[in-house]
Design a protein around this ligand. Sequence first.
Ligand SMILES: [Zn+2]
Length: 139
Amino acid sequence: MLDLNHPDTPPTFAISRENDAILSIAKRMTLISTEAKRELLDRALVHFAKMRLITMDHWSGSKPMLDTIDVLEADLRQLAALESKNNFVTDWKGKYCTACSAAITNLEAYNDMLYCPECLKVIDAGRNAVDQAFGLWCI
Ligand SMILES: [Zn+2]
């Protein structure tokens, strides 16, 4: 159970917001071309920088925590580097990912749920590492 009065709670929420922004960028990356992904990677780097700053300020730059941010960034760079000719942001129905051949899926009942599920798995290890290190599953 999350204790709202605990001093770790505000920075944990701040980390969670940056993490959510990165996940949203990663989902978008699975829908677009290699070229287009480069620009998004630059945007994601701003969020990684904020995560590191929060970790420096609040957890004295905990090495295990910073290491998990590095893992997630390395995973996202790998996702960005996957060769893709995808152009599925608005036209995705019945389309297959040019990077991995998986069907593009959309859980229409939810916001921000259009992406290639196979390509998104590239960042699973990094996401799990960050979740564990910062206790984001509590939120
Ligand atoms: Zn894919």
